[in-house]
Design a protein around this ligand. Structure first.
Ligand SMILES: [Zn+2]
Length: 470
């Protein structure tokens, strides 16, 4: 069947075929760097990270662009609040973003352009729009004239008349239509500015993405993505500007991920339910957060809960435990290729608009089945299935480290909390092994029971004795 993607423009799942065979060009709106990223950002970042990984897994050469919005009212306000230069705010939150991205295990995009490094391209685009009559200049501001773009509202499926009727009363009187939006804004005293044909000013938010996406990807390109909250007005306006300027579609597939709520409420500062990524990754392995998000489809709304995250943490442990168990098998009679049927099943789920919940269900079903086989002492055919599990975990970004190292770290963290040490447990296990060797079964059982009492389970496997914690 091949990959099918839900396209916001048409409201349907469509077969995916890139403009150039074997190559995908994708633009995803980046963050505005004025504050710490929260779990809502984490969801959109992980969504597009998995899409990027999956497209690569399918064999495409992918050019992936994710920008930074580094000039904006919010950044200027923050700088004023703190009494520091705008650049200081920008640098601080870009550095923080990179720390979060690394904690979340995001692959690095091909290009990460900053808006302020592309001012000439934006001025050029605004000038072209003005020259052809799609934009007009009033007192240092330049507005896009929505009335001159017949397709306005097609992405969010709204009619211009309805939008006009719903526009707020205190509309800027210099606008010809209440829905007209700023392409360029005159800078006020003390704000960052660039020289332009309309005087000293700065770009509007939407024009940034139109200029940067087309610069790195051409027009049209294949995929444009972002959070659902960007559909209107941001992406609607990007489409209007870029299509009016070039007479060509901007992008062919528009992908949007659903909202994250906390305690059933949309996140907001006043409700105090904005959870920074850094807080979550301090308390949990970041891979648990990824697991948690991927068990919902990216387009569904998701209610964030601590309990959900804890369940995800347990599930991730099961995955790593299974892989560790499998890694102790010596593949003497199996081919060293991932099981093709299993990979095909995975591909079918992911091809259906990146259906990660079903792909995850497949992985965990497989883990149960492989564990059952190993429990019965059957090892034939298990190794290719282990390799397939690894490949799938890789595509979803769930496998970030060696299973043994991951589990050791987990165990040590737990052990420390109990006021014990891993060395002590290892020593007890050695003592038990000696007792068994000397056929002192009672002593061996006593040691095992002592460990059990502390929450440590000892397991004898063909590859040696291992221990687990609660
Ligand atoms: Zn954008």
């Amino acid at each position: 069947m091949g990959l099918r993607i839900y396209n916001t423009v048409t409201g349907r799942k469509e077969p995916f075929s890139p403009l150039k065979e074997g190559e995908v060009r994708m633009y995803v709106c980046g963050v505005t760097v004025y504050d710490s990223c929260h779990v809502g950002h984490a969801r959109y970042l992980i969504t597009f990270d998995v899409i990027y990984r999956y497209l690569k897994f399918l064999g495409y050469g992918v050019t992936f662009v994710r920008n930074f919005t580094d000039v904006d009212d919010k950044i200027i306000d923050r700088a004023k609040e703190e009494g520091v230069p705008v650049e200081e705010i920008v640098e601080r939150y870009i550095q923080e973003f990179y720390q979060d991205a690394s904690a979340l295990g995001l692959l690095t995009p091909t290009f990460e352009p900053r808006a302020t490094k592309h001012i000439p391209e934006m001025i050029d685009l605004v000038r072209r729009l003005q020259d052809q009559g799609s934009a007009y200049h009033v007192e240092g501001d330049v507005f896009f004239s929505v009335g001159r773009f017949p397709g306005y509202g097609k992405l969010s499926r709204q009619r211009l008349e309805d939008l006009e009727a719903g526009a707020r009363v205190e509309v800027d009187e210099r606008k010809r239509n209440p829905m007209d939006f700023a392409l360029w804004k005159a800078s006020k005293q003390g704000e960052p500015f660039w020289e332009s044909p309309w005087g000293r000013g700065r770009p509007g938010w939407h024009i940034e993405c139109s200029a940067m996406s087309v610069k790195y990807l051409g027009q049209p390109f294949d995929i444009h993505g972002g959070g659902q909250d960007l559909i209107f007005p941001h992406h609607e306006n990007e489409i209007a500007q870029s299509e009016a300027a070039a007479g060509q579609p901007l992008a062919r597939y528009w992908i949007h991920n659903g909202f994250v709520t906390v305690g059933g409420e949309k996140k907001s500062k006043s409700l105090g339910n904005i959870i920074p990524i850094r807080d979550v990754v301090q308390r949990h392995d970041a891979v648990s957060l990824r697991h948690y998000f991927l068990t919902s489809h990216y387009r569904s709304p998701l209610d964030f809960s601590e309990q959900g995250l804890q369940e995800a943490e347990k599930a991730v442990e099961r995955l790593y435990e299974a892989l560790e168990r499998l890694s102790r098998l010596v593949p003497s009679h199996d081919v060293a290729e991932p099981d093709p049927a299993l990979l095909e099943a995975f591909r079918q789920e992911m091809d259906d608009d990146f259906n990660t919940p079903r792909a995850m269900a497949l992985i965990f079903e497989e883990i149960r089945s492989v564990n059952r086989m190993l429990d019965q002492g059957k090892t034939r055919g298990v190794y290719p299935r282990a390799l397939a599990l690894e490949a799938m975990g890789e595509v979803l970004g769930l496998l970030r480290e060696d299973p043994e190292a991951f589990l050791r770290r987990k165990r040590e963290r737990w052990i420390q909390k109990q006021g014990l040490s891993a060395e002590w447990v290892d020593e007890m296990i050695r003592k038990r092994a000696r007792a068994r060797k000397e056929k002192q079964w009672q002593e061996a059982d006593r040691i095992r029971a002592g460990l059990k009492e502390k929450g440590i389970t000892v397991e004898d496997t063909p590859g040696g004795t291992i221990w687990k914690v609660r």
